[in-house]
Design a protein around this ligand. Structure first.
Ligand SMILES: *Cc1c(COP(=O)(O)O)cnc(C)c1O
Length: 397
């Protein structure tokens, strides 16, 4: 059977691929330390799970409005006002089957063939594929580790041309944990307005912030910027609800309407029960979020200290999310047994084969001088995994 060109151009998610390989080894009884996880290792808080059970019992089992129940959209409107200083109306909110789906809908309704989208690297893999699926052209801009892996205005302006339509900002970011400051966003915002660009602002890691850093939504910087921005967020990361599949977009009404219309012909509404649980997540106690963040911070601090003590490893201090993204520049071109290390992919292969440690090579995010380590795993695993990594790195000649 012939596949459409569109399908032939999709690369399967490489982060899920390494995770799958590690899980296969674990299933076979091997003691793998998995630093590949892209989701919190915590359970969904109890009161949220109870809300879902109550929703089933109350018979909330039918179709809801395509863009989400009014109750959930109102809870999102309130959240955006209280947390982010953003004023939206329920008609400007579209709830989808995860933030990934929200991003997909946004790109489908905003991009045309030939449009260029500025994608700062290292990037989260699905952006790249979604841009291509919309027929647009990704313009990858390599950010610098010295700049905290953040896109600068100069870098942005160096690639803007008549065809540039959109720029993607992900703060706090996956895979780097980079958090943009208000000043940095404001500088980017000026350039965005000057060139009439659209911003997709993926704020899914908003709640996972450390060191007293502040989350700023670029849309909140001015009414003009809000008009040019689609804010993306969801339940997965803040509330440990990855499996529930609820994300949302906030966008100017005509864009939100187009996204809902598109969704009406694909998935329709996201699961009614998960929507009810999401209302509880947004309106109930935020205490579990705080506890999770505190545990993530403890792990980050420990891991960062250990990594920074390894010669040849250069790791930035991530301000948010649950990943470390060390550069392995110091090992490139060197030898482990009979392997020459050409990049993080080779090193990741050696770590998995030799000491059963799974990391995600940076090639997956457009930068193979680094790899991603997730600290969404127990302190015990983290200790053991770092011991094993150290052991391998010591043997590299
Ligand atoms: C996890 C993640 C998402 C999507 O999460 P959903 O489970 O689809 O809500 C979106 N963007 C980034 C950067 C992520 O890491």
């Amino acid at each position: 059977m012939r596949l459409a060109e569109r399908a032939k151009n999709i690369s399967p998610s490489p982060t899920l691929a390494i995770d799958a390989r590690a899980k296969k080894m674990i299933a076979a009884g091997e003691k793998v330390v998995n630093f590949g996880a892209g989701e919190p290792d915590f359970d969904t808080p109890e009161h949220i799970r109870e809300a879902a059970i109550a929703a089933i019992r109350a018979g909330m089992t039918r179709y809801t409005p395509v863009a989400g129940t009014m109750q959930l959209r109102q809870a999102i409107v309130d959240k955006l006002r209280n947390d982010n200083g953003l004023d939206y109306r329920p008609e400007e909110i579209v709830v989808s089957a995860g933030a990934k789906h929200s991003l997909y809908n946004a790109m489908q309704v905003l991009l045309q063939p030939g449009d260029e989208v500025i994608l700062p690297a290292p990037y989260w893999v699905s952006y790249l594929e979604q841009i291509k699926l919309a027929g647009a052209v990704p313009v990858i801009v390599q950010t610098r580790q010295e700049n905290g892996f953040k896109l600068t205005v100069e870098e942005l302006l160096s690639v803007v041309n008549r065809r540039t339509r959109m720029v993607i900002i992900n703060s706090p970011g996956n895979p780097t944990g980079a958090v943009y400051t208000r000043e940095e966003l404001s500088a980017l915002g000026h350039a965005v307005l000057e060139h009439g660009l659209i911003v997709i602002s993926d704020e899914i890691y908003e709640k996972l912030l450390y060191d007293g850093l502040e989350h700023v939504s670029i849309a909140s910087l001015s009414p003009a910027l809000k008009e040019q921005t689609v804010v993306i967020n969801g339940m997965s990361k803040a509330y440990a609800m990855t499996g529930w599949r609820i994300g949302y977009a906030a966008a100017p009404a005509p864009v939100a309407k187009a996204m809902a219309d598109l969704q009406s012909h694909s998935t329709s509404n996201p699961t009614s029960i998960a929507q009810a649980a999401s209302v509880a997540a947004l309106t109930g106690t935020q205490e579990p979020v705080g506890e999770m963040v505190e545990e993530f911070r403890r792990r980050r601090d420990y891991m960062l200290e250990r990594l920074q003590a390894i010669p040849g490893i250069n790791c930035n201090r991530p301000g948010g999310a649950f990943y470390l993204f060390p550069s392995i520049d110091g090992y490139i071109g060197r030898q482990y047994k009979d392997h020459t290390i050409k990049g993080a992919t080779d090193l990741a292969g050696i770590l998995l084969d030799e000491v059963k440690v799974a990391v995600v090579p940076g090639v997956a995010f457009g930068d193979d001088r680094c790899f991603r380590l997730s600290y969404a795993t127990s302190m015990e695993n983290i200790r053991e995994g770092l011991d094993r990594i150290e052991q391998v790195l010591k043997e590299i000649k």
